[in-house]
Design a protein around this ligand. Structure first.
Ligand code: ADP
Ligand code: MG
Length: 248
């Protein structure tokens, strides 16, 4: 069996101050998967992602990215991951080109390596006409595309997207879906967090629903969405919604 893109075993994260953000999460995502990571606000999704990408330090458990320990061998593991964070952590006065270029530099790409890669990404995400504008001037959908291009600059094998379509209008959301489907077709493994169940159903082949820092349910899209009431019902049941609140 080939090594999984992501293997999380018994992850636990307690923040200073005592908040238990992740109680106990285990997940294995094979290479090439398009994986949906769902759950209510505060369930621990972003914290899990922060532990995978070295932004937060796990309190317990183990995370391996293509077999590489995400804590002990942080730099090597991090290089394999492209992250689109939930919040825009960019210089609002920088241009799309600079933002993507700096991340390439961070990952040790030379100017000669970055130039063709940036030209390709600007073209692919239709950022060409906006490449010299300031980030703060861009619409929400364009900002998301810049952050997606930035996540891909070093050609990572695992792409993690934390609510990439929050606040993006319907049309631009469809454009993003198309990009994500293409990236997955190129062989990249994708971990997607979203509150749009339609989006998850359309894109993901496997889904985990987390609640209060634990995996409440995990299964294939067909298992999760195939029952009466579809994915929404599965989600409400897994997250402990009152039976009264669950549609027949
Ligand atoms: P989700 O992404 O699923 O909405 P988070 O991982 O952001 O959930 O948050 C899980 C819990 O951890 C919440 O109770 C949140 O308030 C808390 N939390 C998140 N980040 C921090 C932090 N940096 N310091 C302290 N508590 C945090
Ligand atoms: Mg979050």
């Amino acid at each position: 069996m080939s090594v999984p893109a992501l293997a999380i075993s018994h992850l636990r994260k307690v923040y200073r101050g005592g908040t238990v953000a992740v109680e106990d999460i285990s997940l294995t995502i094979p290479e090439g998967e398009f994986f949906g990571f769902l759950g209510p606000n505060g369930a621990g999704k972003s914290t899990t992602i922060h532990c995978i990408t070295g932004i937060a330090e796990p309190t317990g458990g183990r995370i391996e990215i293509f077999g590489i320990d995400a804590v002990k061998d942080y730099r090597e593991a991090r290089r394999l991951v492209g992250l689109c964070p939930q919040e825009f952590n960019v210089d609002p006065f920088a241009t799309p080109y600079q933002i993507v270029d700096w991340m390439g530099g961070y990952f040790g790409m030379t100017a000669a390596q970055r130039k063709p890669r940036l030209d390709m990404l600007m073209e692919r995400f239709e950022l060409g006409p906006h490449r010299k504008k300031q980030f703060r001037e861009l619409s929400g959908g364009l900002k998301r595309r810049v952050v997606l291009a930035r996540a891909l600059v070093h050609d990572p094998k695992l792409i993690i997207l934390d609510e990439p379509t929050a606040g993006v209008d319907v049309e631009l959301r469809r454009v993003l879906w198309r990009y994500l489907a293409e990236i997955n077709r190129d062989g990249k493994t994708i971990l997607l967090t979203s509150h749009y169940l339609e989006e998850v159903e359309r894109l993901c082949r496997r889904i985990a629903i987390v609640d209060k820092g634990r995996v409440a349910r995990e299964g294939s899209k067909d298992e999760m969405a195939g029952g009466p009431g579809g994915l929404e019902q599965a989600y409400l049941v897994a997250t402990g919604a009152e039976p009264d609140h669950v549609a027949d």
